[in-house]
Design a binder for this molecule. Structure first.
Ligand code: NPW
Ligand code: ADP
Ligand code: K
Length: 506
């Protein structure tokens, strides 16, 4: 299982590692530099044996710069022509100063302003300016330098490797602080940082390699866990009723598509039975389009209360996709929440909830809210504003903290969508379901994809999963289904990929 560790925790783990005899005298930094260079050569085998090739190594004054001096020394020893430029001033920590002194036996240290002129002849740029020690926005001459280098990089003549994290990227929020150096490859140490996955992190990091350099992170607090392939989703024996009965509440005639997408997804992911409940005027429309999904009209909230009271087997509800925001929908929302069963609230249900005077008093712990950014802003305006701000000093306001705060406030589970979907429980447990790096699926951002996700979560709730794993595993399945189909995907295609994704989990 992959974990994400924030900057503060990582610095504490590094400090503890440094105190151990095997890591002293710059040994840890030596391993960091060697690991980064090893990843470069593995990723770009054409650069191995660089006799006669040129590299530009840009080093900051801190330990990230120290890693850069180690890399420069090894490149020079391998026959590379290295232009080493020092960016930033200030007293270097002891290991970085030692690494610089070792480099100075191989070559000179140039001012940072020389870097752009050396780039046209270079095959490799090593960004070792700032790592997890970024403490304020990049500004002034440094920002101008970053912009010139980023511009040169767009010409794509040299490979760009970032040591630990692209300089200027906040390791906690994934936001660019002032100015950033984009990379094609980022080599980080011990564990990925939230900033590699959140917001602009994936785009700026290029490819991501996590190198083990002997830092023990066993005791470090985890910022979030990365969702991976679910275990135990395949059905084993049993009757259909043992896999639960999901109920999707649908809206009126002409807007039934979203509810049908959710209902079919719930069935595909393995709910034993799925019922769709539109108002009477939408019966014919839905009957014409559904087969395995059962249909039952629901004129009003009283009918829902009566149905649920008489049928304990309905064990998961989904409200929102195509539900509408009229009086019937508002009353259904309250009646559904009163029933206290596992419930997914999406789309229109979130809009209805945000119109309530005390929305969170209506919710219970088995609810899962699945907002996109706009819906999140309506429900949690103050938290959402902090997400949009770039704070004066890192740590920036990050999506993990924002969703955790929202879940605590709402007293239920919250899933905030995006390529960096974050899921948090009221207990504070937080997962990140990523659609980046090897799982990038930008074509998933298509109308109706969110309705399918709501249905997948509902289906897993019906199968008896707890809300947090249900939301996490559904998100992973959702991205996997999109990857299975590829570009050109429309929402209707998603549930049809679920069987292939399930088969691959065998
Ligand atoms: N500890 C270890 O043993 C190991 C650490 N390792 C490596 O160390 C990295 C962390 O090192 P770190 O803590 O020294 O911080 P780092 O990222 O170099 O930045 C600090 C420097 O940047 C400066 N600065 C910051 N923001 C700035 C701004 N906006 N604009 C201008 N300047 C700014 C800041 O200046 P100051 O704030 O002090 O004025 C200071 O000089 C980590 O990412 C990993 O690569 C590995 O070798 C494994 C072993
Ligand atoms: N860049 C992206 N890469 C992958 N998935 C994305 C990206 N942007 C959005 N998504 C996903 O697309 C879905 C869109 O859902 P939503 O915004 O609710 O749309 P709709 O209401 O039309 O269904 C969400 O599951 C979200 O996580
Ligand atoms: K860096």
């Amino acid at each position: 299982m992959s974990i994400l560790i924030g900057a503060r925790e990582m610095r504490a783990a590094e400090a503890a590692a440094l105190a151990m005899p095997q890591n002293g005298q710059g040994a840890l930094m030596e391993r960091a530099g060697e690991a980064a260079l090893g990843a470069v050569m593995t990723n770009w085998p054409e650069l191995a044996g660089g006799q006669g090739r040129a590299a530009v190594v840009l080093c900051g004054a801190g330990n990230n710069g120290g890693d850069g001096y180690v890399i420069a020394r090894h490149l020079a020893q391998a026959g590379w022509s290295v232009t080493l430029c020092a960016a930033g001033s200030g007293r270097s920590p002891p290991d970085a100063a030692r690494a610089r002194a070792a480099w100075e036996r191989h070559g000179p240290v140039h001012p940072a302003s020389k870097a752009p002129d050396a780039l046209p002849d270079a095959a490799l740029l090593v960004d070792a300016v700032f790592g997890i020690g970024l403490s304020r926005p990049v500004s002034g001459e440094m920002a101008q330098l970053f912009e010139r280098i980023a511009e040169a990089g767009r010409a794509d003549t040299f490979r760009r490797v970032a040591v630990d994290i692209p300089s200027g990227l906040d390791a906690d929020s994934g936001r660019c602080h002032g100015a950033c150096l984009p990379a094609d490859l980022t080599v980080t140490f011990a564990a990925a940082k939230p900033g590699h996955y959140l917001a602009s992190g994936p785009e700026l990091s290029g490819r991501l390699v996590v190198a083990d350099i002997g830092i023990d992170i066993g005791g470090a607090a985890v910022a979030a866990r990365l969702a991976g392939p679910p275990a135990g989703l395949l059905k084993r024996g049993a009757h259909k009723f043992d896999h639960g009965h999901a109920l999707v509440l649908a809206g009126g005639s002409g807007r039934g598509g979203a509810g049908r997408l959710a209902a079919r997804a719930a069935l595909r992911i393995g709910a034993g039975l799925v019922s769709l409940a539109p108002p009477p005027d939408a019966l014919a429309e839905n009957a014409a389009q559904l087969e395995a999904v059962m249909l039952r009209t629901l004129p009003d909230a009283a009918a829902l209360t009566e149905w649920l009271a008489g049928d304990e087997r309905i064990n998961a509800l989904c409200l929102g996709p195509g539900l509408g925001t009229d009086a019937r929908a508002g009353a259904l929302l309250r009646a559904a929440l009163d029933a206290g069963r596992p419930t997914v609230l999406d789309a229109d249900a979130l809009t209805l909830l945000s119109r309530e005077d005390a929305p969170f008093a209506l919710l219970h712990e088995a609810c899962v809210l699945t907002p996109h950014g706009g819906e999140f802003a309506r429900l949690f305006p103050d938290i959402s504003r902090t997400l949009g701000e770039v704070s004066a000093a890192p740590p920036g306001h990050d999506k993990l903290s924002a969703v955790r705060e929202a879940a605590a406030r709402a007293g239920c589970h919250v899933l905030l969508k995006g390529h960096d979907t974050v899921i948090a429980a009221p207990s504070g447990e937080t997962w990140l379901s990523s659609a980046a790096y090897g799982r990038a699926a930008p074509w998933l951002a298509t109308a109706g994809a969110g309705d399918v996700l709501a249905g997948l979560i509902t289906g897993l709730l019906a199968r008896g999963m707890q809300p947090l794993p249900a939301a996490r595993d559904a998100s992973w399945m959702h991205v996997s289904a999109a990857l299975e189909f590829g570009p050109g995907l429309i929402a209707e295609d998603l549930e049809r990929q679920v069987p292939a994704v399930l088969r691959a989990l065998c």
